[in-house]
Design a protein around this ligand. Structure first.
Ligand SMILES: Cc1cc2nc3c(=O)[nH]c(=O)nc-3n(C[C@H](O)[C@H](O)[C@H](O)COP(=O)(O)O)c2cc1C
Length: 307
């Protein structure tokens, strides 16, 4: 019997495949396609304390092997989420992770404080890529000290484990990961989207009303993988790999590079059953390679021998 479960220390997942924030709605939108209990976990769309409209359209631009989005963190806010969504998610046997956003460190803390009193949340994922209005629009994810102060403040108010989600738009991602770990983060997830833009030569206009957006999808996978490997080699806490995962083979690359689990985003927009297909492909791989526990392949990148 093959065991796909992975243990993050603070949370045991039935398999290493988690739906990533933003490309999987609040989870329930995907319930018509498959039983959500098949997933290792679901990270819901990022929540600010109050509802948000997001950016004006157009907010999506397709590129070769990727998608640029400038949704601008549209969301229903914590009250509606906890009244309307959370009770319906609770009936699924999967880890529900809430992606937390904020315009200030205090907003992150107040969301986590509010939701810490609710049942059915396994962990919080801090989307530290949000512009911090109190710090001149600088994202905490771009600065080790800002990361430290945000994570340590939220850690004090949270009754659940914290996963800090890093931005790839930095020179030294390991430095930011180490700051989050020092501040008490229980895990690191990476990467969020790469800052990008697209131009329409016919109109000479930007394809996104916001001019800039975040690039996701298979185009980013090799860079995300490199960053996951670098971070996993240096931190002691578990790492969750994200970026361009479309198949079981892609997920395996991240696990072998040191990720304990993976999150799948853009692939869900191409195929709503992408996550369950990835789980099946992981199972097939383990069967073929006679691997009883998927955990046995985590961090097994073979860099020394000539085998
Ligand atoms: C449409 C869209 C919305 C997203 N919204 C969020 C969000 O609310 N919070 C967050 O942390 N990441 C958000 N992301 C980033 C994804 O969770 C993920 O980190 C990124 O897309 C890379 O993974 P992928 O290539 O598998 O999509 C969003 C991505 C997309 C495509």
């Amino acid at each position: 019997m093959i065991n796909l479960s992975v243990d993050l220390g603070f949370l045991k997942l039935k398999n290493p495949v988690i739906a990533a924030s933003g490309a999987f709605g609040y989870g329930l939108e995907f319930a018509p396609f498959f039983n959500l209990s098949k997933l290792g976990g679901i990270v819901v769309k990022g929540l600010y304390f109050s509802p948000r409209e997001g950016n004006p359209p157009p907010r999506l631009a397709e590129t070769h092997g990727g998608l640029i989005n400038s949704i601008g963190l549209q969301g229903i806010g914590v009250e509606r989420f906890s009244e309307e969504i959370l009770p319906r998610l609770e009936k699924y046997d999967t880890a529900i992770i809430v992606n937390v956003c904020g315009d200030s460190d205090e907003e992150y803390a107040s969301i986590v404080d509010f939701l810490s009193k609710k049942e059915g949340i396994a962990a919080f994922e801090l989307n530290i890529s949000c512009p911090n209005l109190k710090k001149d629009g600088l994202c905490p994810a771009l600065d080790p000290e800002a990361t430290y102060s945000l994570v340590s403040l939220v850690k004090k108010t949270s009754s659940r484990p914290l996963i800090t989600k890093l931005s790839p738009n930095v020179t030294d991602i390991v430095e930011i990961a180490l700051s989050a770990q020092e501040a008490g983060s229980d895990a690191i997830s990476l990467v969020n989207t790469f800052l990008a833009m697209a131009v329409d030569p016919e109109t000479r206009k930007p394809r996104l009303a916001n001019i800039f957006g975040g690039l996701s999808g298979p185009a980013i996978k090799p860079i995300a993988l490199r960053m996951v490997y670098q971070v996993a080699s240096r931190v002691q806490i578990p790492v969750i790999g994200i970026g361009g995962i479309l198949s079981g083979k892609d997920a395996l690359e991240f696990l072998i590079a040191g990720a304990k689990a993976v999150e799948v985003g853009t692939a869900n927009l191409v195929d709503p059953e992408a996550t369950v297909k990835i789980i099946e492909e992981l199972m097939d791989y383990c069967q073929k390679k006679k691997i009883n526990n998927i955990e046995d392949i985590i961090g097994t990148l073979n860099i020394n021998s000539e085998e």
